[in-house]
Design a protein around this ligand. Structure first.
Ligand code: ELE
Length: 205
């Protein structure tokens, strides 16, 4: 299962990429830092080309992020995304993901949304925006009524606060801190490897 692979890596870099040509060196840089995966956000015109560029890279797990509609989800699957992440929960999107056989990690920010996502079959959810919602304290609070739910916190997480998310309820920690848009654009891949390594060490296990 994709969730198992994500849990093993424990860190999920969120990437905003302008030039798909940067994606292969980016993937190598992340893998070298011990983080062989990325969520490429569909926020830039060529994001799907970036997904396709690394879809067949051995040992690298690529997903599409900022998936907010079914047609985007279809295109992400066609480009080779192995999983999809959405900032929120939408039942239609969830059904589309099951239809296409792709793992979708929907976003939640409240207990009601955890319930709605659970009713649609999602036991792994993204907590977004994590830091603004209360960070690890919010996850521990939700863990009470939802002991079987695994969270992917995202939003406002950097090396400074990464360690607080080393919790059993956390599947993997999502952050754009590892591979900032400007560092990718400038081709500063050594810096990205160093950030991946440091962040991976901070979230433990
Ligand atoms: O694009 C999406 O699907 C999102 O829901 C948002 C991202 O996961 C966060 O923007 C990452 O947050 P930062 O690490 O604070 O940059």
């Amino acid at each position: 299962m994709i969730e198992d692979e994500l849990a093993r890596i424990r860190v999920l870099p969120v990437v905003v990429i302008d030039d798909p040509g940067r994606c292969v060196p980016l993937a190598h840089a992340l893998a070298e830092g011990g983080v062989p995966c990325a969520e490429i956000t569909l926020r830039t015109p060529d994001a799907l080309d970036a997904v396709a560029a690394v879809a067949d890279l051995e040992g690298f797990l690529v997903g599409a992020g900022t998936v907010v509609g079914s047609s985007q989800l279809d295109r992400a699957v066609d480009a080779g995304a192995r999983f999809a992440v959405s900032p929120g929960f939408d039942r239609e999107l969830s059904l589309a993901a099951s239809g296409r056989g792709i793992a979708l990690i929907p976003g939640v920010a409240t207990a009601s949304e955890v319930l709605a996502a659970g009713a649609a079959g999602h036991s792994t959810v993204k907590l977004f925006p994590a830091a603004q919602l209360g960070g690890a304290g919010m996850i521990s609070a939700l863990r009470g009524p939802f002991p079987d739910v695994r969270f992917v916190p995202s939003g406002g997480i950097s090396l400074d606060n990464a360690a607080e998310y080393d919790l059993d309820a956390v599947l993997t920690v999502s952050t754009s801190w590892i591979a900032p848009r400007a560092e990718i654009a400038a081709g500063r891949f050594d810096e990205i490897t160093a950030r991946a390594r440091a962040f991976r060490a901070a979230v433990g296990r």
